[in-house]
Ligand binder design. Structure first.
Ligand SMILES: [Zn+2]
Length: 166
């Protein structure tokens, strides 16, 4: 794991962001070009501190005309999405995010990538549980390992999807 925020461009409009989002986070890479749409793969973002949140919100202001799609949001990203409404702007959409489940039968932990609009619907007033998942080892029904009320809160604020991701 690296602490320096890195940007790996997979396509012209698709970038993998990884590392730690802190006071040193530099998002200028995202607004060097004029993008209309940007896909941000956030799987590798392993920590975000309060200075990082500020940096992110400032970056979003510079990207306010860009349609942003957050993909593969890691746990720290989801926490911020749910705690800081400004973490997503009016043109942003969360495509998918990670969720952790535990098997109480064999004490194993499993991470699932949940696709918004497919595995879980956005726009509900309240989320009482994650979507049902089963243990790959013993087929036991897994327990959602987050407080659904807080972890999934960002989904309540998500506007309905206008167009499909590529
Ligand atoms: Zn199991």
């Amino acid at each position: 794991m690296t602490n320096i925020l890195s940007f790996d461009w997979e396509k012209d409009d698709y970038v993998r962001i990884s590392g730690m989002v802190d006071e040193n986070a530099d998002f200028s890479e995202l607004y060097k070009k004029h993008h209309e749409v940007l896909f941000l793969d956030l799987k590798g973002v392993h920590r975000i501190n309060s200075s990082g949140v500020r940096k992110w919100v400032l970056a979003l202001d510079k990207l306010k005309d860009v349609e942003l799609h957050y993909i593969n949001c890691s746990f720290p990203v989801v926490d911020q999405l749910s705690m800081v409404p400004e973490f997503i702007n009016k043109k942003s959409y969360v495509e998918s995010f990670d969720a952790r489940y535990v098997c109480e039968n064999d004490n194993t932990t499993h991470i699932f990538n949940l696709v918004v609009g497919f595995d879980i619907q956005p726009g509900l007033k309240k989320y009482e549980d994650g979507p049902e998942r089963f243990c790959p080892n013993c087929k036991n029904r897994l327990e959602f390992d987050h407080n659904p009320d807080s972890y999934l809160f960002f989904l309540s604020n998500l506007h309905p999807k206008k167009k499909a991701a590529s």
